[in-house]
Design a protein around this ligand. Sequence first.
Ligand code: GDP
Ligand code: IMO
Ligand code: MG
Length: 428
Amino acid sequence: MSVDVLLGLQWGDEGKGKIVDVMAPRYGMVARFQGGPNAGHTLEFDGIKHVLHQIPSGIFRKDIKNVIGNGVVLDPVIFRREVEALRERQVDVRSNLYISNKAQLILPTHGLLDACYEQSKGNQKIGSTLKGIGPTYQDKIARLGIRVGDVLEDDFTDRYRALVEKHRNILDYYQYSYDLEEREQAFLEAIEHLKTFNIVDTVYLVNNALRHGVSVLAEGAQGSMLDIDFGSYPFVTSSNTMIAGVCSGLGVPPSRIRQVYGIFKAYCTRVGSGPFPTELHDDTGERLREIGREFGATTGRPRRCGWLDLPALKYAIMINGVTQLFMMKADVLNDFEEIKVCTRYKLSDGQVAEEIPYNIDHHKLEPVYHTLPGWEQQLNGVKDFDQMPGALHTYLDYLEQELQIPIGIVSVGPDRTQTILNPELSLG
Ligand code: GDP
Ligand code: IMO
Ligand code: MG
């Protein structure tokens, strides 16, 4: 069988958690392949909202195996909190969750280093979630990291202490003051908790499943514009959020990948610093934030809001080889008289660009907009494509024409049920 992939095409928070939950019954396995607790994936059903950070969003479907792949960085303290929050809601993750022994461990000092590096950046801060993501991937690449499988080894504590010592030296160099004691105690307790879970070689687990006819849905975190190689560097996260991350983060060959589902909001948001050409600093931006409840699922920070950016979306579609698009949060635009879409950028030298410039400086470029009529009606009762208002059809047709990829899902609310499937396309 094959691997289908769901990837965020913007700056994260496109609604990946909701859609993975909706799609999961079509698969036998859901797997996270990169990122860590910087992710906040929200799903809603039966009137309850869940936010997952490291546990895959297929966890509520009992018959499905959920995998935390080798490309993920795992914080055992946050993991423990997530497990406990789920248990309070009668969801037992122990039987259908598998954690890669090759995933990297986030230590308490990684979080401290994250904060220390951010502080040292002055007005060039990335706006990191400060979950220790960057420093943990840094140690992985430097071949210093500690992996989840190491917690089962006799010398784990020695290795932990040795790495902490290295981190302390860096923190001292920066004259960064910190208190490790409390964090360390919680960490060591969380390690004992982590040991009781299924820690396995998920590379074999996933590939054996594929060989035996199980189909896999790979759940992306963040979005392509935050990719370490292809995003707006240095204002990015520290992993490959794009399609290549699936192969390196799960150990599956590219030939196994079938559908690449690209998910985007009907407008744009970004949390943290970095270029955002269509950002709105006016009442319209404020309206999008209020109606869309655009506040971070991990940090609670207000998200920056703006109109849809087609050059950025086309770029993300190009690098990922997207086969089908899912458009989220259409309902947020219900009351807008008109909707704008950026088609090109006008540069400071007067030239017009359809491609994203190197070292993009959003202060020096001006989006060129195409304006479409709003549908100015509620989408609550809309259950299928035929019932959609004409202006929404016009919006979708326009995007399909521009992007040359069909739109398979339109989401009209946060709940599992508020999902409209395109009858002409097949999923899963
Ligand atoms: P993720 O990180 O990609 O999983 O997305 P987040 O969970 O961080 O952010 C998406 C937010 O939008 C969450 O609060 C969802 O509950 C909400 N959401 C998802 N789809 C829709 C939709 O179609 N309409 C509305 N109004 N909210 C949605
Ligand atoms: P999900 O999976 C939105 C952003 C941070 C910051 C930059 C680097 O929920 O879509 P990091 O903590 O990785 O060092 O932060 O990336 N960021 C996200 N923004 N959604 C996310 O995840 C994000 N994960 C990281 O705000 O700008
Ligand atoms: Mg999120």
